[in-house]
Design a protein around this ligand. Structure first.
Ligand code: WTA
Length: 644
């Protein structure tokens, strides 16, 4: 063990209850950081206590709670049942067509045990990877927890991703099992899912079995021997299973996210540190009281928010949650508010893009429902504009409920920067301060902290328990992406711009790299560009994120067509948008496709996206002096003006 890591901390004090006030000023945990995290780890049940809180000797590869052993699923389920809370509701699940399921902690334990026994019957052993593409149904949670219980790292792939995107994720993780469903309800229709996953697994020999949940009853293609129905395999299993304990650093899941290149990165999270920080942040940021609160996070489990704040954090804290399957306007625009009223939701956690959609639908929609149960509102995914923040607080929060704007990333695993309820007055649009135990700074190009009123890059200058442990199968990419920019200082580079205000509070300013944020979803410009150039009609493509009133950013693509392609602008646009949806998924469809004769490039051949963003946002084009050919912008503008 390194000399820096022999900080043996194990206090004898009783576990900190979820929601209890934490000592110290936000962000001031300082020298006591490790002792602070040691106390937070006592929120969990450890089969073997750790000997060292943090081993950072092999930085940037961290090991937290070294020597500790635990079972994540036991912590999320069994221990609550054993403590006499088996009858407490874990999930009020609401299906899009209006069917419902109430799942208590005792039910959850039975379902997770049966699922775990089913996975064992398929010969899976600790360390094997399982891919999951499912709609927002309870089986998604059972599947994730069954994997956690058996030490099988899961890779959940958002249901809206295309077969090609699923295939590349299955291949990268070499998953042995895929869990999916026959179909999913989307806007009142049953849409196929298994048909798409079959396309994804056609060329992935690593997948030995496909376990299929029957959700919609639609017909599915079937491969005998490989495909298995959930209701046949899982339902026949014993509901008893004794959990085994795993090392604190045992991989819990891989979650793919967009980076600055076309290839998504498999972000790796492990067990003890991740669950500690998920439980701590969920308990503290939302002031969660397991006896009183009804909590609803509207994310999809295919994203990190769903992992940390639908599954792991809330269940570790014995939360009663709402889980909703469908779209917010099915069958009507008041669906979310109807659900809040029905279950008496006290904590509601969503994304600015949905808040802006609610604003568009009008304040008279929420006004028709009793939302007086709401006590805390959360926001995540992108900077929340002050107007949306105020509307959210007024029309959903009855002008009483605090709004907590939470900044974090797939890579950070859990919330890092957020105002604490009951803290100093909230500022619309500011995530404000790093949580106790977390250290974040805004620095300049040289890694020097900037002053009040100044902006720069957001960095995390101390390791944290739920930090990513790497990029699956690619240590170099991990070092290069996150740790090379401020290598001299040893800072983690988040990829976000940020500013201190006069009080020293942090305001997030959006990405500083080539990652777009569309409706809170991360999509890289390179990913969309490579999808576009894979179309036979496209010679070259450049993609930018242009500001959009509802989705935050929208994808605008500039394409040069191959010589000899004779298409009308309308046909090209329709075909290319569809092509991108097929290659990546509908979330990556460009809002606009502009056919151009040239792209603005520097002398070294780098596309100047800044200038294209000016065009996409209808601004006067900025400084063109670094262009290899300054007349290109005139050419582009002239072409667009006459609509060719
Ligand atoms: C952005 C989602 C400002 C940011 C949890 C980050 C935010 C990226 C906020 C991560 C926020 C997320 N204020 N920006 N409250 N929350 N972001 O990995 O650019 O899907 O780097 O994780 O979303 O997106 P990801």
């Amino acid at each position: 063990m390194s000399p820096r890591s022999d900080h043996r901390v194990r206090s004898d004090s009783p576990p900190t209850a979820a929601g209890e006030a934490v000592p110290g000023q936000p962000g001031q945990a300082g020298d006591d950081r490790l002792a602070f995290w040691a106390r937070q780890a006592e929120r969990l049940h450890w089969d073997t206590e750790w000997t060292t809180v943090l081993d950072w000797s092999d930085a940037p590869f961290a090991r937290w709670f070294v020597g500790g052993r635990l079972n994540v699923a036991y912590n999320c389920v069994d221990r609550h049942v054993e403590a006499g809370h088996g009858d407490q509701v874990a999930f009020h699940w609401e299906g899009e067509p209006g069917d419902t399921r109430t799942i208590t902690y005792a039910d959850l334990r039975r379902e997770v045990c049966k699922t775990a026994n089913a996975l064992l019957s398929l010969g899976l052993t600790a360390g094997d990877r399982v891919a999951i593409q499912l709609p927002m149904i309870p089986e998604a949670v059972f599947a994730m927890l069954a994997c956690a219980r058996l030490g099988l790292p899961h890779s959940v792939v958002f249901g809206g991703f295309s077969p090609a995107a699923l295939q590349s994720r299955i291949e990268d993780a070499e998953a042995r099992l895929l869990i999916t469903s026959d179909g999913q309800y989307r806007r009142g229709r049953a849409e196929p899912m298994k048909a798409g996953t079959d396309e994804a697994t056609r060329n992935t020999p690593c997948v030995e079995h496909v376990l299929v949940v029957r959700r919609t009853g639609i017909d599915v293609p079937w491969t005998d021997g490989r495909d298995l129905w959930w209701h046949e395999l899982v339902d026949a299993q014993s509901d008893q299973h004794t959990p085994e304990d795993f090392d604190a650093e045992h991989p819990l899941f891989i979650l793919y996210t967009s980076g600055t290149t076309g290839r998504p990165k498999g972000i790796l999270h492990t067990s003890g540190g991740y669950l500690t920080q998920a439980a701590y942040t969920h308990g503290t940021v939302f002031g969660l009281d397991p006896e009183a609160d009804v909590y609803w996070c509207t994310a999809d489990i295919g994203w990190i928010t769903g992992h940390s704040y639908i599954v792991y954090g809330p269940l570790a804290n014995r939360t009663t949650s709402v889980m909703y399957e469908g779209t917010p306007n099915t069958p009507h625009e008041g669906r979310h508010f109807e659900i809040i009223e029905k279950y008496g939701v006290t904590v509601y956690y969503t994304a600015p893009t949905l808040i802006r959609t609610f604003m568009k639908w009008g304040e008279d929609v929420p006004a028709r429902y009793d939302l007086s149960s709401i006590g805390v509102l959360g926001s995540v995914g992108e900077p929340i504009n002050p107007e949306a923040w105020r509307w959210y607080r007024k029309h959903i929060g009855g002008d009483r409920a605090p709004v907590v704007d939470t900044w974090w990333q797939t890579e950070t695993g859990t919330i890092m920067i957020a105002p604490l309820p009951g803290g100093p007055a909230a500022k619309p649009g500011s995530a404000q301060t790093p949580l106790p135990g977390i250290s974040a700074k805004v620095v300049d190009d040289q890694g020097r902290q900037v002053g009040k009123g100044e902006s720069g890059y957001l960095v995390l200058d101390q390791p944290w328990p739920s930090m990513l442990r790497g990029v699956w199968g690619d240590d170099d990419r991990y070092r290069e992406t996150y740790w090379s920019r401020f290598a001299a200082q040893g800072h983690y580079f988040a990829g976000d711009g940020a500013r201190y205000d006069e009080d020293g509070d942090i305001w997030l300013l959006g990405r500083v790299d080539d990652v777009m944020n569309v409706s809170g979803h991360r999509i890289s410009t390179a990913e969309v560009e490579s999808a576009l150039v894979s179309h036979p009609a496209v010679a070259e493509a450049a993609v930018v994120g242009a500001s959009d009133a509802t989705t935050g950013q929208a994808i605008v693509a500039f394409v040069i067509l191959r010589g000899g392609t004779v298409w009308s602008a309308g046909d090209v646009s329709g075909a290319l948008r569809e092509h991108v949806a097929q290659e990546i998924g509908p979330i990556a469809k460009p809002r606009q496709i502009m056919v151009v004769p040239e792209l603005p490039k520097t002398r070294s051949g780098k596309i100047m996206r800044r200038l294209l963003r000016d065009v996409a946002e209808n601004r006067e084009v900025g400084d063109v002096t670094t262009l290899a050919d300054a007349s290109v912008m005139d050419l582009i503008n002239a072409g667009l003006a006459d609509g060719s």
